[in-house]
Design a binder for this molecule. Structure first.
Ligand SMILES: NC(=O)c1ccc[n+]([C@@H]2O[C@H](COP(=O)([O-])OP(=O)(O)OC[C@H]3O[C@@H](n4cnc5c(N)ncnc54)[C@H](OP(=O)(O)O)[C@@H]3O)[C@@H](O)[C@H]2O)c1
Length: 273
């Protein structure tokens, strides 16, 4: 099958909630859609211009292998970093030794984007959108990413992961000046989905009550679609669901630089393998 250039999109976490709505919308608009996630959905009807790759972001080596494979087959024009979890009530480490929210929401996406950008042909336009959260604004000082069982607070772990994801967009644009990817993040506000599934019973009960009053993820997907296909959404900036630019708190640049040096060291081993 011939895949039309300029219409190939890769969506992480495309198996439920917002990601699934984004997958459906881009597919309906005639895009070739590559979708990743752990639990394959019933994608009946998504024939021809659709691929699903089972990927668990809590395993970085496996994630790197799968994305290298994807990039050897297809050069995406658009990428949406959407996969994410709410931090579990208890401190949880992945097999790679990282707090699970930090790895799934942020570090795995950094690795995936590094693979995609490095494989991207020079001058081939590539646009990367990352789904952050309104809580990225919670930190006034640049957070220490190395939490342990004693310092672990679920909301903080989640908000930190979303802050790092938002900062990543600016970092990647500055790092890859020759490849020149257009990166930006999207603050989607709050919408109904099954993101609560990692939470305890009480949270799930409260969520069940509030969900009917929350925004429909299909509406959020429409906004994401417009930001992806229209110009003006780039430069590592953050945009609200109403497409208004938001302002990142200013952090100590030395701490940010030290953070990216550590992240580079961590991802490099998986990129080289
Ligand atoms: N819901 C909200 O109000 C809200 C607000 C702000 C931001 N967000 C963000 O929006 C994004 C989408 O969330 P959602 O609300 O639509 O939640 P959701 O329905 O739970 O969808 C999350 C997606 O992430 C994937 N995922 C989770 N863990 C993964 C892992 N270990 N490896 C690979 N994929 C994994 C899931 O796929 P599998 O289950 O198949 O693995 C699923 O496709 C997330 O980044 C979330 O943080 C949500």
């Amino acid at each position: 099958m011939e895949i039309q250039p300029g219409r190939r999109i890769l969506i992480t976490g495309g198996t439920s909630g917002l990601g699934l709505e984004i997958v459906k919308l881009f597919h309906k608009k005639g895009f070739y859609v590559i979708c990743t996630g752990r639990q394959p959905q019933d994608f009946t009807g998504f024939t021809g211009n659709f691929r699903f790759f089972r990927t668990d972001f809590s395993d970085l080596a496996e994630t790197a292998k799968i994305f290298k494979n994807i990039c050897s087959e297809t050069e995406p024009d658009f990428v949406i970093n959407n996969a994410g979890i709410l931090s579990p009530p208890g401190f949880t480490l992945t097999g790679d030794g990282f707090e699970c929210t930090f790895q799934v929401n942020f570090l795995a996406h950094l690795l995936v984007n590094e693979i995609i950008i490095r494989n991207n042909t020079d001058n081939h336009p590539l646009k990367i959108g990352a789904v952050t959260s309104p809580v990225y604004k919670m930190e006034n000082t640049f957070p220490d990413w190395q939490c342990d069982v004693r310092s672990y607070k679920p909301l903080k772990a989640y908000s930190d992961s979303k802050l790092f994801l938002a900062l990543m967009c600016r970092y990647l644009e500055e790092k890859y000046t020759k490849k020149n990817p257009a990166c930006f993040s999207i603050d989607p506000g709050v919408f109904s989905s099954s993101i609560y599934r990692t939470q305890g019973r009480f949270f799930r009960f409260l969520y069940g009550i509030a969900a009917p009053f929350m925004r429909n993820p299909a509406k959020v997907a429409e906004s994401v679609f417009e930001m992806m296909v229209n110009q003006g959404f780039s430069d590592g900036r953050i945009f609200s669901i109403r497409k208004k630019p938001e302002y990142m708190p200013v952090y100590d640049q030395r701490l940010i630089d030290a953070f990216w040096i550590s992240m580079n060291e961590m991802t490099e081993q998986y990129l080289k393998a």
